[in-house]
Design a protein around this ligand. Structure first.
Ligand code: FAD
Length: 355
């Protein structure tokens, strides 16, 4: 199993609080990822990538998040887009883009929440018209991380007959407008925002899959663990700080820190075991919401212990504790379908009382 790249963790950790306070895009974060070779990790070896096994990828995603949650969001969204291209139905697109992706010379993001967790139930947020040669997109990607800094955005829309189509959309396509970065309570430096498409056309050579009923199917086996791996990375970063702060507190307060650190170690072990099993071909479908909600519960509890032990000093904007609290809250909303939301709240608060 790959071990955590300590130098990458230290480099990202050293800038994380400043990057968060300034709230602007940071090339230094991207350079740290490039120099550590992160862009190669999930690209197959035939295209110059590292083709990492699921368990090594999980350690990789954990490493980046342990360094910086902003870096983690940017990196995982890039990889989610790359994953759809690698596993997509368009071999020509894969062959064209993968060598550039492996070289870190082509930067991607996703804007797919309109097909998963955002604005469900009403009119599709993004419509697509497919004539067999070209796909024409009209509507919104409600969320996309760093689209203004990307070469292309992997996005998807719904056709008039309800089928879905996903494509890689060059960021300079006529009709594509990236909104100003949203004002967020955390992760501001990721330049997350909405993207509007006004008749944006992409040719068949950019279409990844569709029209089909569910265009986001057949993603890599490690995908369901990526958010959990990032959460365990953030948790590790909180544990690093807790280990510095706790020895200065009373034995009674220290015991809360000791308990939560033991719980963190157990959960981390479970995630690595699950990743090992994925490598051996086991599915994760039945356990992914359980794992994810366990991680959500862990990061929220860790944030509470950390802020309590950091005291008033931890509430100051130049102290990492307050940043960790805001970043922990992100796990309550990041790619969280209702099952995950319910299971998370039940773990944190218990089941609601019914009459
Ligand atoms: C920091 C951050 C980064 C993200 N990055 C990405 C990314 O890179 N790619 C990606 O695909 N997803 C991304 N997401 C999306 C995320 O994974 C979830 O899809 C999202 O959090 C779901 O929340 P929602 O508010 O869109 O839910 P919704 O259910 O769509 O909205 C919740 C509420 O918002 C209001 N609302 C919804 N639609 C409208 C509307 N049309 N007009 C007015 N009000 C409306 C309603 O009150 C609704 O009840 C990101 C989210 C965050 C917070």
């Amino acid at each position: 199993m790959m071990t955590m790249n300590g130098e990458l963790v230290r480099r990202l950790q050293a800038m994380a609080t400043d990057v968060d306070r300034v709230g602007a895009w940071s090339q230094a974060v991207i350079d740290a990822l490039s120099e550590a070779g992160c862009w190669r990790w999930m690209i197959p070896t035939e295209f110059g990538g590292a083709g990492l096994e699921p368990v090594d990828l999980v350690v990789g995603y954990e490493t980046v998040a342990r360094g910086s949650m902003a870096a983690s969001l940017i990196f995982t969204q890039h990889d989610a887009a790359a994953d759809l291209i690698v596993r997509g139905d368009n071999a020509g697109l894969r062959e064209r883009l993968c060598p550039k992706l492996a070289a870190g010379a082509y930067f991607l993001t996703v804007g797919i929440s309109q097909l998963t967790t955002s604005r469900q139930g009403g009119e599709p947020a993004m419509k697509v018209d497919w004539d067999g040669m070209r796909a024409r997109f009209d509507g919104d990607m409600p969320w996309s991380t760093a689209p203004a800094h990307c070469d292309a955005i992997v996005t998807g829309g719904v056709c008039a007959d309800g089928q879905q189509l996903i494509a890689c959309m060059p960021a300079d396509s006529p009709g594509l407008t990236v909104a100003e970065p949203m004002a967020l309570s955390g992760l501001q430096s990721t330049a997350t925002t909405a993207v509007h498409c006004d008749g944006v056309e992409v040719g068949a050579d950019w279409v990844i899959r569709g029209p089909v009923e569910k265009a986001l199917g057949s993603r890599s086996t490690v995908r369901p663990l990526v958010v959990s791996a990032s959460g365990i990375g953030l948790a590790g970063s909180m544990v690093d700080l807790l280990r510095e702060i706790a020895p200065k507190r009373s034995a009674e307060l220290r015991s809360f820190a000791d308990d939560i650190i033991r719980h963190y170690e157990r959960v981390r072990g479970e995630i690595l075991d699950a990743a090992e099993m994925l490598g051996q071909g086991a599915g994760l479908e039945s356990r992914k919401a359980e794992i994810r909600s366990t991680v959500n519960d862990l990061v929220v509890r860790l944030a509470l212990v950390l802020m309590t032990l950091a005291k008033g000093t931890g509430y100051m904007t130049d102290h990492p504790a307050q940043r960790f609290v805001r970043e922990a809250m992100f796990f309550l909303v990041w790619s969280a379908p209702e099952t995950v939301q319910r299971m998370t709240l039940a773990k944190l608060l218990g089941e609601p009382e019914t009459d």
